[in-house]
Design a protein around this ligand. Structure first.
Ligand SMILES: C[S@@+](CC[C@H](N)C(=O)[O-])C[C@H]1O[C@@H](n2cnc3c(N)ncnc32)[C@H](O)[C@@H]1O
Length: 296
């Protein structure tokens, strides 16, 4: 603090002289501007873009793919994403009375598994109602989710109250400590600031609450990673073009997977946000991983 004060004093003292010379203000401003610019850059797949631009581009990706999202998931993963999501729900193992925020919930895959899990309890505790807020930054994805929920009967005689919220995971319009569980599946790598998402998750969880994330990850074995890269870079954009008539969103998908921190780095980030007892489990050799942590 003392050092910071000294620096500020120094800047204030030197400002008038520099104004007189008419030189510094330009170079200092330029330096701080370029600092800011550097800070505001991020990646969108393998492209370097302004942070604001990334948010818009990601929004555009999911706006474009919303209608074909579920079909494409089945095709690209040969249906394996369903197994990953089932395992994710088994590890989560919600109990009656759970208040879940399913962030980046998209078309509802995690929410529907959550409802099924609670429905299929051997001794359902009818006294304790559970709830879920399905939240996503993209209204089109939520609309597909709502239509599926209606069509597939998830809202009728459900042990779970469901509500839908269009919101940014980095800035949630929600009070502190209002949920006891938070899930995010295949969503966090699309967010511009992972640390802000984790901070917000921590803020909205009650003490004792659980954070769970399912996300693509890195394969520890380089031969397997090479094979996986061949498949994803050569096949997925082609499938996107053939099935959904879109190449770019699927090119982004594979690139964004490569940019996401590996299992250990992500674990550290979750711990830095304040979560404790952070663990992870690899699925399909590390193609994706489940991270879990608690707010104590
Ligand atoms: C790959 S989908 C995952 C959907 C769903 N969870 C699933 O597993 O099928 C990623 C979702 O993240 C959402 N998303 C991206 N950035 C977001 C943000 N900053 N806040 C909330 N949702 C975001 C997208 O709109 C999209 O619906």
């Amino acid at each position: 603090m003392a050092l910071q004060r000294r620096l500020l004093q120094f800047i204030n003292i030197t400002k008038p002289c520099q104004k007189l010379c008419g030189v510094q203000s330009y170079s200092a401003q330029a330096a701080s501007q370029s600092d800011n610019e550097e800070k505001r850059k991020t990646h969108f797949g393998f492209e370097t873009v302004d942070e604001d631009e990334k948010t818009k581009k990601v929004h555009q990706v999911f706006e474009t793919v919303a209608d074909k999202y579920d079909t494409m998931n089945d095709m690209m993963s040969f249906g394996v994403h369903r197994v990953w999501k089932d395992i994710f729900m088994m590890r989560f193992a919600p109990t009656p009375g759970t208040k879940l925020l399913d962030m980046a919930g998209g078309t509802g895959d995690i929410t529907f598994r959550y409802i099924n899990y609670l429905r299929n309890q051997a001794n359902p505790d009818t006294e304790k109602r559970s709830s879920v807020t399905v939240s996503d930054i993209n209204q089109s994805m939520l609309n597909v989710g709502k239509a599926r929920a209606e069509k597939q009967g998830y809202l009728k005689n459900s042990p779970v109250d469901v509500d839908w919220l269009c919101a940014d995971a980095e800035q949630l319009p929600l009070p502190d400590e209002c949920y006891n569980a938070y899930t995010i599946a295949f969503g966090i790598r699309n967010c511009t600031h992972i640390d802000k998402v984790l901070e917000e998750a921590y803020r909205v969880l009650q003490p004792g609450g659980r954070f769970m994330c399912l996300e693509f990850s890195q394969l520890p074995n380089s031969t397997m990673q090479w094979l996986y890269d061949q498949y994803s870079f050569q096949m997925i954009p082609v499938m996107g073009q053939l099935v959904a008539g879109q190449w770019k969103p699927y090119q982004y998908l594979v690139e964004s997977i490569r940019q996401f921190p590996d299992q250990e780095k992500f674990k550290l980030m979750i711990e830095e946000a304040g979560f404790r007892q952070v663990t992870y489990e690899n699925l399909t050799f590390g193609v994706c991983a489940i991270h879990s942590g608690f707010k104590l």
